[in-house]
Design a protein around this ligand. Structure first.
Ligand SMILES: Cc1ncc(COP(=O)(O)O)c(C=O)c1O
Length: 284
C-alpha cells in the first residue's frame, strides 16, 4: 500500500481526495519542502520546518498546526512508510476555494506529504555533471519555496535537452542559482555564491556548506558575480537536499568551459558526509 500524509491523517493513496478547487491546482498557490532521511532519521528537520513556515508566512498562508505538531506528524508518517534512506515531500496549499485570483485569508490550508525514493546520486557526486547556463526568467521572490515552479521546470527541461543535468541561471545582476540547486564556485581556496536574498532559495544544504566552510576556515564571498566569471572558476559545484554536493565538470549554453572535480569540492563532500553521520547516526 502507498501511504500519503493528508492533513492530519495518514491514508492509503486511494483514499486521498484532493479537491479540483484546491488553489494549489489552479494557481500554484502553496509552498513545499523536501526533507532527507538518512538511516531512518530526518536530517536538518528543524531548518526545513522553519523555512516551510517562513515561506508560508511570506504568502499569508497560516499553517494550522504548531511546528512541533507538524514534526510529530512527519515522524509518524516516516515510521509508517518505513523510510530508511530517502526523502519526504511536504506541501501546504492555501486550500480549497472557488476559482478567483483574490484569496480571502479564510481558506483552510491543505497539507500533503509523501515519500520519495533515494535518487542514487553517488556517480554524479564522484564524476560531476554538465550544467546549462541560461537566463533566469523566474519571478523576483525566489526566496519563497513555492510550488509554482514554471521557470524552474522550463530551465531544467532546457538543460536536459542540451545533455546537461542542471540549468545554471543568470540575470543582469549576475549568476543566481540552479533550477533546483544552489551554485558555488571555488577560486583560490575561496567559495563564491549568490547572497541569500530574494533572487535565490537559501538552500538548507547551502547553509550547511557555509557552516562547514566556517569550520574548515575556508573564506566565503556571498556576492553576485557575472556569468563570465564561470569561465575562470577552478571548481564549481551545485548543492541541494537530494544531490548534497555535486561537482560541475562543464558549463554549456551561454558560457562554455570545462572544469576539474577539484580538492575543495571533495573536501566539502567529505565534511558533509561527516556532518550527516554526526547528525543522524547514519553510517553513510
Ligand atoms: C531553486 C532551488 N534552489 C536551491 C535549492 C536547494 O535547496 P535545499 O538545499 O534546501 O534542498 C532547491 C531545492 O530544491 C531549489 O529548488
Amino acid at each position: 500500500m502507498t501511504y500519503v500524509l493528508f492533513n492530519d491523517s495518514i491514508l492509503d493513496e486511494a483514499d486521498v481526495a484532493i479537491s479540483y478547487k484546491d488553489r494549489g491546482y489552479h494557481f500554484g498557490d502553496g509552498v513545499y519542502e523536501v526533507i532527507r532521511v538518512y538511516n531512518e532519521e530526518f536530517f536538518t528537520l528543524d531548518e526545513h520546518i522553519n523555512r516551510l513556515y517562513e515561506s508560508a508566512a511570506k504568502i499569508e498562508i497560516t499553517i494550522p498546526y504548531e511546528k512541533n505538531a507538524l514534526k510529530a506528524m512527519l515522524h509518524e508518517y516516516k515510521t509508517k512508510v518505513q523510510t530508511v534512506n530517502g526523502s519526504i515531500y511536504l506541501q501546504v496549499t492555501r486550500g480549497v476555494a472557488d476559482r478567483n485570483h483574490l484569496y480571502t485569508k479564510d481558506e483552510v490550508p491543505v497539507i500533503l506529504g509523501f515519500d520519495l525514493p533515494d535518487k542514487g546520486v553517488s556517480q554524479k557526486q564522484e564524476q560531476g555533471v554538465a550544467a546549462y547556463v541560461t537566463e533566469d526568467v523566474r519571478w523576483l521572490r525566489c526566496d519563497i519555496k513555492s510550488i509554482n515552479l514554471l521557470g524552474n521546470v522550463m530551465a531544467k527541461r532546457k538543460a536536459y535537452d542540451h545533455d546537461c543535468d542542471e540549468a545554471i541561471l543568470y540575470r543582469d545582476s549576475g549568476v543566481t542559482e540552479g533550477s533546483s540547486s544552489n551554485l558555488f564556485l571555488v577560486n583560490n581556496q575561496t567559495l563564491y555564491t549568490h547572497p541569500a536574498n530574494n533572487l535565490i532559495l537559501n538552500g538548507i544544504t547551502r547553509q550547511e556548506i557555509l557552516a562547514i566552510a566556517s569550520e574548515l576556515e575556508l573564506a566565503v564571498i556571498e556576492e553576485p558575480f557575472p556569468k563570465e566569471v564561470l569561465l575562470h572558476a577552478e571548481e564549481a559545484f551545485i548543492s541541494s537536499t537530494s544531490l548534497e554536493i555535486v561537482p560541475v565538470h562543464s558549463f554549456k549554453g551561454d558560457i562554455e568551459t570545462t572544469l576539474n572535480v577539484g580538492p575543495v569540492t571533495k573536501k566539502l563532500q567529505y565534511a558533509f558526509q561527516e556532518r550527516v553521520t554526526k547528525k543522524t547516526n547514519a553510517s553513510v
